[in-house]
Write a protein that binds this ligand. Structure first.
Ligand SMILES: [Fe+2]
Length: 360
């Protein structure tokens, strides 16, 4: 456990460039339908966790704290029926029918104004979709990217620790996201900690339907809250290989399947559908050029070297790993070294006991 002063220092690093802005009426009904049609017809879609985290350590590294001493978390404890897919990635639209939603002029203007920057380009667009769903997330950061070490070529846990360490700020890719929800749930909002996770949270209050936030979610701890009736939040038979897809012949029908067997069925009105639009931002032409020409990139060796030296300089022990990318002991040591200790406070309307409610 780090000292209080050090945890406060780490917490203070985690502040977005500007306070989140709440936004309304982000998509038209027709645009929403086009997105849902892609999800309905182009699945199956996997669980978020199954796509992004091969091991418990790598998952836990993105959470930093939140576990009592001696508590051994396993991946099962994070299993919730929430699914993800990509509409666009690597600045390309993966479904031509969604081109105008990705190369979205209004959203690009938001991204530039959030940073006061000259240039922005769309980078990625994904969706999270679920019916009633528990929340086991104490609060997390999205995976940041750095020049040379990006979410595209590095594991989530490494990008996360690089962001939390504050050691690579000069290389951070500036980003802005427009996150939009379509949910009729009266209780499910969005909690975020704009002044750092050890300071007071704020909340986008429910219901959140075609509303959202303009944010820098790589540098701000946040979480979606639980949604839907408690008795439907954990469908029987949910596993890592469960998938989400449209019900045949019913554009407003949705099913969760495990090994081809239907374990849950929802109507569109039961869904919480989140659209995450993300752009890279460049303050000026010099920064744009530097980001694209590779003239000022980090290397993995330099990153590991910098982290190991920093940890040792703080009087903590860390063994030099032979395979730093996938050595669980190394990942855990780094995680502990940059652990701000979990959010200190939760909103009264969305208490912490949503978290791990059925896991401990
Ligand atoms: Fe996130």
């Amino acid at each position: 456990m780090l000292t209080e002063a050090r945890r406060r220092e780490l917490s203070a690093l985690l502040q977005p460039v500007a306070p989140p802005r709440q936004l309304d009426a982000l998509y038209t009904e027709e645009q929403k339908r086009r997105m849902l049609d892609v999800i309905h017809d182009k699945g199956d879609w996997k669980l978020i966790i199954a796509q992004h985290f091969p091991t418990a350590e790598s998952l836990i590294a993105t959470f930093a704290g939140g576990f009592p001493e001696g508590f051994e978390p396993t991946l099962d404890m994070f299993l919730t029926p929430t699914f993800r897919g990509f509409f666009a990635n690597y600045s390309a639209t993966l479904y031509p029918e969604l081109h105008d939603l990705f190369y979205n002029e209004r959203f690009l203007a938001y991204a530039r104004s959030y940073w006061g920057a000259e240039y922005a380009k769309p980078q990625m667009m994904l969706f999270n979709i679920n019916g009633p769903c528990g929340n086991k997330d104490p609060g997390h950061l999205d995976s940041p990217s750095f020049r040379g070490v990006r979410y595209e070529n590095a594991p989530t846990w490494l990008c996360s620790i690089m962001g939390r360490s504050g050691l690579f700020q000069d290389y951070l890719i500036k980003m802005a996201q427009v996150i939009t929800w379509f949910s009729h749930d009266p209780y499910s909002g969005f909690t975020y900690w704009p002044k750092g996770p050890l300071e007071a949270p704020e909340r986008l209050a429910s219901p959140v339907y075609n509303r959202g936030v303009l944010v820098q979610n790589e540098m701000m701890v946040h979480r979606g809250e639980a949604c839907g009736p408690l008795d439907r939040q954990n469908p029987q038979g949910l596993g890592f290989d469960s998938v989400f897809t449209g019900a045949a012949g019913d554009p407003d029908g949705w099913v969760v399947k495990t090994d081809g067997r239907e374990i849950a069925r929802y109507h569109t009105d039961d869904l919480r559908f989140l659209v995450h639009w993300s752009s890279e931002v460049f303050m000026d032409y010099a920064e744009l050029k530097k980001n694209m020409d590779g003239s000022d990139d980090l290397t993995f060796d330099r990153v590991f070297d910098t982290l190991i030296k920093d940890v040792r300089s703080r009087g903590m022990e860390i063994a030099t790993p032979t395979d730093p990318i996938s050595d669980p002991a190394f990942i855990k040591a780094l995680n502990d070294a940059y652990d701000y200790g979990g959010p200190a406070e939760y909103p009264a309307e969305a208490p912490r006991d949503q978290v791990f409610a059925d896991a401990v």
